[in-house]
Design a protein around this ligand. Structure first.
Ligand code: COA
Length: 187
């Protein structure tokens, strides 16, 4: 599988001309898994890669936009998926709301890498973190409920998560016309 990210990273993380990285197929579920894929906590320098990843999808109304400032303030909540060349192929965050509840937020995989199992690996890693924190429930608000159902989440009423509504939804332009679906899983 050839993943065209549309840029090439050089030592120092500078984005230069269009490039690609070879990620060999490995027969698994529907798609392909990059064997060299690493899922690790985000570093502050990753934010310049994470920000366009999220905001490209936000412009398509697939997720909430995030400013670089917001991402810097919350970068410790993030994990990133990187390939053998260290390029960021995906990201996701675990946002804790209470002693028992957390949200998977800002989950995004580079379009050229969709279907490679990266989204699954990011969610599994965030659920592992949630278990480590001894939380009991993880939820997400999403337009991709089918993806989350594959990972064991169930659709639940949005009203179950008033803290989320207080924290994010009140500032969302779609507040009164929210089309996102709440999904949750016990951890
Ligand atoms: C949703 C998203 C993160 C999935 O990432 P991905 O790496 O393409 O997904 P994976 O390859 O890990 O897929 C895991 C499983 O979910 C399935 N799946 C993926 N996207 C799906 C979708 N939209 N609907 C239903 N199933 C889906 C895959 O077929 C696979 O199933 P399998 O294991 O039975 O073969 C990615 O499409 C994305 O970044 N979308 C845009 C941003 C977005 O909507 N983020 C979610 C915000 S909460």
């Amino acid at each position: 599988m050839l993943i065209q990210l549309g840029y090439r990273e050089e030592a120092g993380g500078q984005r230069t001309e269009r490039g690609s990285s070879r990620l060999p197929d490995r027969g698994s579920h529907s798609g392909v898994v990059a064997p060299a894929l690493d899922i690790r906590p985000a570093r502050i320098a990753d934010i310049r890669r994470v920000e366009p990843l999220i905001n490209d999808f936000a412009r398509q109304n697939l997720m909430l936009p995030k400013s670089a400032d917001q991402l810097c303030r919350h970068f410790r909540e993030f994990v990133v998926a990187t390939d053998a060349a260290g390029r960021v192929l995906g990201c996701g965050a675990l946002r804790v709301y209470s002693e028992s509840l957390a949200e998977i937020a800002s989950l995004a995989v580079h379009p050229a890498a969709h279907g490679s199992g990266i989204g699954r690996r990011l969610v599994e890693r965030l659920l592992e973190e949630a278990r480590g924190l001894e939380l009991s429930t993880v939820f997400a608000l999403t337009l991709k409920d089918g993806f989350f159902h594959k990972l064991g989440f169930r659709t639940v009423p949005k009203e179950m998560f008033p803290l989320k509504v207080w924290a994010d939804c009140r500032n969302c332009p779609k507040l009164h016309a929210c089309d996102e679906i709440a999904v949750a899983v016990g951890v």
